[in-house]
Design a binder for this molecule. Sequence first.
Ligand SMILES: Nc1ncnc2c1ncn2[C@@H]1O[C@H](COP(=O)(O)OP(=O)(O)OP(=O)(O)O)[C@@H](O)[C@H]1O
Ligand SMILES: [Mg+2]
Length: 489
Amino acid sequence: MKILEKSGNEILLLALPTERVSRGEYILIEDEVQKRWMVVQVYDESYLDWSELVNDLVREEILNTSAKRIERDPLEIKTISYLIRDMKLLRCKIRGVVEGVMLTPNVSWLPSRVTSKIKKLSIVELFSLVKREGYRILPIGITNNGEGFYIHAEALDGRLNIITGKKGTGKSHLAKLIVSKLAEYGAYVIVFDLNDEYKGIGWNRDGKPNSIADKVVNLVPGESLRFTLEYIGLSGIASMLQHALDIPGASLREFGRIWEFLKAQGPVTMASLINAIQKWRCNEFVRDALFSRYHTMLSSNLFSDAGEKSIRFEGLLSRLKKGGVLIVSLSRLQPQIRKMAVELILGKMVNLLGRGKIPPIFLFAEEAHIYLRETYWDDIVTRMRHFGIFTTFITNQPDVIKDCIYRQADNLFIFNFTNDVDLEAISRVSTADSDTVKSIVKTLPPRTCMVLGKAVNELPVILEVNPTDMLTLGETNLFFKNYVKIVQG
Ligand SMILES: Nc1ncnc2c1ncn2[C@@H]1O[C@H](COP(=O)(O)OP(=O)(O)OP(=O)(O)O)[C@@H](O)[C@H]1O
Ligand SMILES: [Mg+2]
């Protein structure tokens, strides 16, 4: 390989057909004279675009098809000409310069075109030049030359992460892998599971429980996840009424008064609440609004007056002494009840974290735009993160996440996208340059992702995600696979 050109943060390399380098791979340019090394990453490859070469190709093709001839090439010129035609131009982004033993993000140095030695740099060699913080290893995949690659669990701690890619590329699989490893390390994780696919996280494929089996708790809102009104408190209920049930302002104020009145007499319960609404002296419209909200709350089954049938997160987490995974199954809920459940859970978590009653928690939210209200997004990346809720959004629709959320994301795991609109959206906001993202992401095979951000010290890494022995659930219920067989016996 030889350097052809450098402009800005790009280097153009010339490679022989035998020198196989693929997109995403790193290359080291060693300048022994200046005792410096440059690290570049290939983001695109193409043929030489000389017009003479094209002329040659066209001429030869026409001659081949139009007339039979005997070829004599004693000097083997043809071999050389073929080599030239197959030579590649590698477009690379400069990722930094090694001075001493550390990689520094310097893009201005010019290595020698003549004396520089150019060779491939494996991901393991690359990360021996940059120090990544943390010591809890989280293996997630293998690089394209077969080396195992890991990130550190600490790189996700206190951070906002996004896993995105088109349908079926392996996003949830990666999320499950990370969740189970975090739980192994003793972390607390809550998953908003939209397709009932995380339930198998505590089981092996052969049906035996795995190392985190006793840390997994399945919670179904309205069944195993119910709260007392007293536990959620006025502010939590008011926020649910306002954001999930659209209660008018006047009715909300009246609700507050009723609550205070009941509270003065003892714990507020669903039974005492309906009695009070019936007897309360107020405008009929307000009473109707309160009645309808009350009945939605009742039919959601999210509230219980019996303390033993309700959940207290602090109690639940304190029983899970060595970490745990709370899987909130949102799949069978009506959209409104889903929103109510999410509002109650997040509100209560923030409240408990603010009072130091529970440890910080990792939140994995699948397709959050379906149940998360508009104003929660900013809240999650600012206030909630500050309190100790560290979110990972998982989505196949990158445009539902606002640009400002992407910009604050610390780590991005991007799987394949072929749609230009999606690619544009993701490349505009990622921490890596948009050329790299656009060019690499659309060539990624399934189960392969590009990792960007703090976990990889801002050096984009492409890897094939590890398989797991976990029980996979929540696969699409297919007609031909599942029903035709049954019908045909
Ligand atoms: N690295 C992997 N090794 C083995 N199997 C995998 C891997 N990644 C994904 N799979 C399998 O491929 C299928 C699709 O993966 P997954 O459900 O994670 O995709 P997804 O991107 O979340 O899809 P969707 O957009 O529909 O949610 C699953 O059956 C999963 O078990
Ligand atoms: Mg999925």
